[in-house]
Design a protein around this ligand. Structure first.
Ligand SMILES: CC(C)(COP(=O)(O)OP(=O)(O)OC[C@H]1O[C@@H](n2cnc3c(N)ncnc32)[C@H](O)[C@@H]1OP(=O)(O)O)[C@@H](O)C(=O)NCCC(=O)NCCS
Length: 176
């Protein structure tokens, strides 16, 4: 990667997270517009995406979730989250969610950098087991396999694409 394309990965909280809400929303909006199955259906506006991240930011402030973001030349180009707050009998476990890279920044290794940092942050929070689910047969599934995640299996028709077509979901886990 050229020096001019240097990527910075940061865990966001407080005023920096507040200032990043529009950038985070822009990435989520772009991913949904690109057809990614990440909870939301079309039509999905920038304002709706911002409201989603305002709710996530409230959970970050409560210590229930953490958000990591990737920046290139100061611009937010990708993000991932770790859900820390799980039931009392799973204090050692966390979930990875909302791994999103703007379409203009894909295939440069950003998602891999985000995942490596998310795993490190989870470990630093005392977590020893991670779980995630993702669309079956997609770029993300190959990424998790490359990063040493174990594939549990596929749930057919588990979710919908933004245009309401059904999609299969693959479940993964990784011990830290
Ligand atoms: C899945 C997603 C996060 C991947 O982001 P990304 O930054 O493009 O991921 P990476 O660059 O780490 O890897 C993607 C591909 O680029 C390749 N790549 C990485 N660096 C590269 C480089 N410098 N040059 C060329 N190719 C490269 C990887 O080998 C990988 O190839 P593959 O798809 O054939 O396995 C992105 O496509 C996305 O946001 N999708 C929509 C949302 C989604 O589905 N999220 C996951 C479920 S929550």
């Amino acid at each position: 990667m050229a020096a001019a394309e240097q990527i910075e990965i940061r865990r966001l909280a407080g005023s920096e997270l507040d200032g990043a809400l529009d950038g985070l929303a822009a990435v989520l909006h772009d991913c949904v517009a690109g057809g990614a199955s990440v909870s939301y259906l079309e039509p999905f506006s920038h304002e709706q995406a911002r409201s989603v991240f305002e709710d996530f930011a409230a959970e970050v402030e409560q210590g229930r979730r953490l958000i990591v973001a990737a920046f290139a030349a100061g611009e937010l180009i990708g993000t991932v989250q770790v859900i820390l707050a799980l039931p009392p009998n799973q204090p050692h476990r966390a979930e990875i969610a909302k791994l999103l890279v703007h379409r203009s920044a894909r295939r440069r290794g950003i998602a891999q950098l985000l995942m490596e940092r998310a795993e490190a942050e989870a470990r630093a929070e005392g977590k020893t087991l991670l779980v995630l689910d993702t669309v079956t047969g997609d770029s993300a599934e190959r990424l998790y396999e490359r990063l040493g995640w174990t594939r549990v299996g596929v749930i057919p028709g588990c979710a919908l694409y933004p245009d309401r077509r059904p999609c299969d979901t693959t479940i993964f886990w990784k011990a830290l």
